[in-house]
Each structure stands twice: as structure tokens, then as C-alpha cells.
Design a binder for this molecule. Structure first.
Ligand SMILES: C[S@@+](CC[C@H](N)C(=O)[O-])C[C@H]1O[C@@H](n2cnc3c(N)ncnc32)[C@H](O)[C@@H]1O
Length: 514
């Protein structure tokens, strides 16, 4: 059953904009619960210090200024809290809204503290002039930027910012600007897309953060619907000060279900993985999945529409009875070890047991061969890996993957793919690519790298486990699950603590392998 991610309260003030305008300008205001968390993590420990210069460089209607202003007023004298707050936004309507909200809290609040302007403009704010920077910078990718900014301005940004490289996104420039605007030792709390941890364009941004700042907290909101857009955000809190030796970054999900601390010096700018690595490859012999089987995608994205036009509902199938037909499935039809044939939702349309003609020109020979072959099918949209054996020759929609032409027993592979351990390795190694609702963003390249335990010995404990796994997977029923997982923990030589970590990831109790 699909559990819906929680919704946050709407921000108090939201401009009415079309979807296109919102995407082009990155105007998604922050829900109050997230504002409070950013302020808790960034501001409170600095409040006692008295005069404080606080900036939101993309303040919109003041969502992230109202909360700290209330807290400052409760702790500092009025005049000191008034001079503490600065906001900037490029949108003069948003600036007017922010001013009036702050004035509603304090009639004497100086309107000039909220400035209409471009926070990236080097002349607008002097470097090292703020103790705290808070906010939710615009997320606008280079394609959208190219539509809204003149080419000359984009070139200027490339000159001005070290992070404006390749297909950059505006938020990385705001991170670089925040580092520049912070006084030494100052603290910054931003909500940004989780892509900052892995995507190529953000590499220089990671380099800056790792070299020049101490990353204190990363809170993962990827599985929550924080914004009315497909964004999977992190709250990132850092101090402008190089990290001390052995400084530990605290990483947790927003529900506090899991928390881990990672030595900042162990993080690489190539990609930041914020979970302690479970390195199975160094202790047992493994081969990447892509080397023990041929991996393929179902229907390619570019032909999805054309294939959809060729689908035939069950009740129409008699009309083409002479044709070669294959039943058609999508990710939603695949469970662990089982394929549920029945209703299929594909490109926003519902079908009942749809079939696909195999002799249509839209299918390449390779796809036709793949569809008719015996294979393991793997769901591309799920919260943990789900794979099933297909010996019926099913046709596959987009976001379904297939493994065929095995050099290992396919039922052994099926047991591994459906195990908690492989799902754990997948989820933690590609943690930054999680989608809303806790779905894994599965792609073929990542599947191909999954470490598959290979066993050459014909006798001994591992050979016995291998045989037993095949037997359990071939005759699978739900009562086999626990034994399969335990056998796999032992095959990969996991310690009891590591087993407990994997089990905890699935909400289980501490388990000890047999
Ligand atoms: C994601 S919204 C966040 C607004 C507010 N901080 C909040 O959290 O609710 C991003 C804001 O950045 C503003 N913005 C975009 N580019 C900007 C720039 N170059 N300088 C200042 N503000 C900018 C937009 O007008 C928008 O109000």
C-alpha cells in the first residue's frame, strides 16, 4: 500500500503564479515547519551573543525573516533586533509583502532593511558582513535561466562565480554568495535540492563547502512533500570556518527516524554520500550485477507514447487473434517474487490486462527478443528493490528493467535482488537520489553496479547457503523471507551490528544471523 508523505502547512503568503512562471523564477515559499527547523539549527546558539547581522538573500514575502525576528525581539532590545534583520529579493512585490509583514509585528520596523535587488550583484552587499544567513534560494536550472535572463547576464554570472560551471543551477551560486557574505565563523542555514550532494554541476560547490566551511547538519526532506514541485530538498547548515580534524557532520531524515554522523574529512567533492558506507566488496568476492547478467530497460522513454498507442485491452485482443501478442506490465505490476497481472496504469490511462503486438515496427529486434525471453523483471518505481521471474515473455513499460543472459543461477540472483541487504546497499549508496514518498530513483547504471556475491567453491558453508537460497527462491513463499535474508547476511559476511543496521533501516528489530 502506498503511504502518502505528510504535507506541511502552506506558507502564510504565496503569490498567485502560473506553474511556468514559478518554475522559471524558483518562487516556492517555505512551509513554516521547515522555517522553524532552519532557524532552530542555525540561529539559536548565536542568539546570546547580542548584536547580530542576519540576512535572507532571497526573502520572498519574508517567510524566513518573520520567525527569527520574533525570536530576536524576545531576547534582545527592540532597537538591536530591528537593525539585525536584512532581506533582499529581486521581486519588488515580494519585498513589499515582506515589509508589511514585519511592520505588522513592529510598526517601527525600518522598511529600508528589506531591499529590492539582486543578491548576486557584487555591489549590493559587502563581503563578510553577516553573522547569520538563512533562506530558501531560488532553484532555477540553466535551461530555465536561459529563458528568463539575457545571455550577457549568464556570462557575467559565469565570470563572477566559481560555481557557475556547466549546467549549473542558481541555488549553487547562492551558496557561494552566502559563504562570501558571511563573516568568519558565521552560520548559514538553507533549504536546497538534494542534488547538491551528487550532481556534476554542483561539484565546485561541494569543494567550497568541504574546504571552507564546517558542515554541521544535513536534514533530509526528500521523502516529504515540502514544496508544490518535484523537489527533494535537504536543509543544509554550515559555519564559515574550515572543519576541524574529525568534525562529524550530522545527517538525519526530517522525521528523526535515522541519524548518522560522518567525518567531514572523509567526504569527497566527487559525490557526498551521507551514510556510513557498508563496504561488502572488500570482504567477499563480488561482481557487479551488470557483469553477471545483461541489463536492459523495458520500453525506452522516447517510444513510450508510440507503444501506448499500440496497447490492446483484454477485450479487444480477440480482434487481433492471429497476431503475436505479449502481456504488458509496468513497475506497479511487479512485487517481490511475483507479477500481478491485472490492471495496468500507463501514461495516465488505465488498462485491463493489456497486450502488445510484437510485430509492430515500433519495437526493435532487440526489444522483441528481450520481451519474449525468460528474464528477471525489476520494478523501477518502488521503495525497495522488487524483482520477479518472468517465463511468460512479458512486454515491459518504461521504468521497468530486465536482467537476462545470466552467468549465475537466475533464482540465486532473484533472492539477492529481493533481499533487504541489496535494497539497503542501493538506498544508502544512492541516498541522495531518493524521490518523494521514499521511492528509490532506480536507473540501469545504478542497478548494474550492485555487488553480487559470487561463490566458486562447491562445498563449504557458502556453497551450502548458495544451494539453499536457490531452493528457497524457486519455491518462494512469504515464510521464506526471513531465512533468505539471514543466509544473505552470512554470504556477505556482515557482522551482527551491520545486520542490525540493515534491519533498522526496514523498521525491524535487531536480528542475529543464523
Ligand atoms: C524559493 S523562493 C523563497 C522565498 C522565501 N525565502 C521563502 O523561503 O519563502 C526564492 C525567492 O528568490 C527570489 N530571487 C530569485 N532570484 C533572485 C536574486 N538574484 N536575488 C534575490 N532574490 C532572488 C525570488 O523572487 C523568490 O522570492
Amino acid at each position: 500500500m502506498v503511504r502518502r508523505p505528510p504535507r506541511f502547512s502552506p506558507p502564510a503568503c504565496q503569490p498567485l503564479l502560473s506553474r511556468e512562471t514559478r518554475r522559471a523564477t524558483g518562487v516556492y515559499y517555505t512551509p513554516p515547519e521547515i522555517v522553524r527547523l532552519i532557524v532552530d539549527l542555525t540561529l539559536d546558539s548565536g542568539l546570546e551573543r547580542g548584536p547580530l547581522r542576519l540576512l535572507d538573500p532571497a526573502c520572498g514575502a519574508g517567510e524566513v525573516l518573520v520567525e527569527p525576528y520574533g525570536r530576536l525581539r524576545a531576547r534582545l532590545c527592540t532597537s538591536m533586533s530591528r537593525i539585525s534583520i536584512t532581506g533582499v529579493d529581486i521581486d519588488s512585490f515580494a519585498v513589499a509583502a515582506a515589509r508589511s509583514r514585519l511592520k505588522a509585528m513592529d510598526r517601527e520596523f525600518p522598511a529600508t532593511n528589506i531591499v529590492a535587488g539582486d543578491a548576486l550583484d557584487a555591489d549590493l552587499l559587502p563581503p563578510r558582513s553577516f553573522d547569520v544567513i538563512l533562506g530558501n534560494p531560488p532553484y532555477v536550472n540553466i535551461r530555465q535561466l536561459a529563458k528568463s535572463l539575457p545571455r550577457k547576464r549568464i556570462e557575467q554570472l559565469r565570470q563572477q562565480f566559481r560555481t557557475a560551471r556547466g549546467n549549473f543551477d542558481l541555488y549553487v551560486l547562492f551558496i557561494e554568495r552566502a559563504i562570501e557574505l558571511l563573516a568568519p565563523g558565521g552560520r548559514c542555514g538553507l533549504i536546497i535540492p538534494n542534488k547538491w550532494t551528487t550532481l556534476d554541476y554542483a561539484r565546485l560547490c561541494r569543494e567550497l563547502l568541504l574546504e571552507r566551511t564546517t558542515i554541521e547538519h544535513v536534514v533530509d526532506f526528500s521523502s516529504a512533500r515540502a514544496f508544490a514541485a518535484s523537489v527533494y530538498p535537504h536543509v543544509l547548515v554550515f559555519r564559515k570556518e574550515p572543519a576541524a580534524a574529525h568534525h562529524l557532520v550530522q545527517f538525519r531524515d526530517y522525521k528523526r527516524k535515522s541519524c548518522c554522523r560522518i567525518d567531514q574529512r572523509s567526504l569527497s567533492p566527487a559525490a557526498i554520500h551521507l551514510v556510513p558506507a557498508l563496504d561488502v566488496e572488500s570482504r567477499v568476492t563480488t561482481q557487479p550485477l551488470g557483469q553477471v547478467a545483461t541489463l536492459a530497460c523495458g520500453t525506452a522513454g522516447y517510444s513510450a507514447q508510440r507503444i501506448a498507442r499500440r496497447l490492446i485491452d483484454r477485450n479487444q485482443a480477440e480482434a487481433v487473434s492471429g497476431e503475436r501478442l505479449a502481456e504488458f506490465i509496468t513497475s506497479g505490476n511487479i512485487d517481490r517474487y511475483r507479477i500481478r497481472l491485472g490492471s495496468v496504469r500507463y501514461l495516465n490511462r488505465d488498462y485491463i490486462r493489456p497486450r502488445l503486438q510484437l510485430n509492430i515496427p515500433e519495437l526493435t529486434d532487440a526489444k522483441r527478443r528481450l520481451f519474449t525471453a525468460p528474464k528477471i523483471v525489476i520494478a523501477g518505481m518502488s521503495r525497495r528493490l522488487e524483482a520477479a521471474w518472468d517465463d511468460r515473455g512479458l512486454a515491459l513499460g518504461v521504468q521497468v528493467f530486465a536482467a537476462s543472459e545470466f552467468s549465475l543461477d537466475p533464482f540465486y540472483l532473484l533472492a539477492l535482488l529481493n533481499s533487504k541487504l541489496l535494497s539497503y546497499l542501493f538506498a544508502t549508496r544512492y541516498a541522495a537520489k531518493r524521490l518523494s514518498g521514499g521511492y528509490l530513483a532506480i536507473n540501469k547504471g545504478q542497478l548494474a553496479r550492485l555487488p553480487i556475491r559470487t561463490i566458486s567453491a562447491r562445498s563449504g558453508d557458502d556453497a551450502r547457503r548458495d544451494r539453499r537460497l536457490r531452493e528457497l527462491a524457486t519455491t518462494w513463499n512469504a515464510s521464506h523471507e526471513a531465512e533468505i535474508d539471514q543466509l544473505i547476511y552470512r554470504l556477505y559476511h556482515l557482522s551482527n551490528d551491520e545486520i542490525a543496521r540493515v534491519e533498522a533501516h526496514f523498521g525491524g528489530v535487531r536480528a542475529t544471523a543464523a
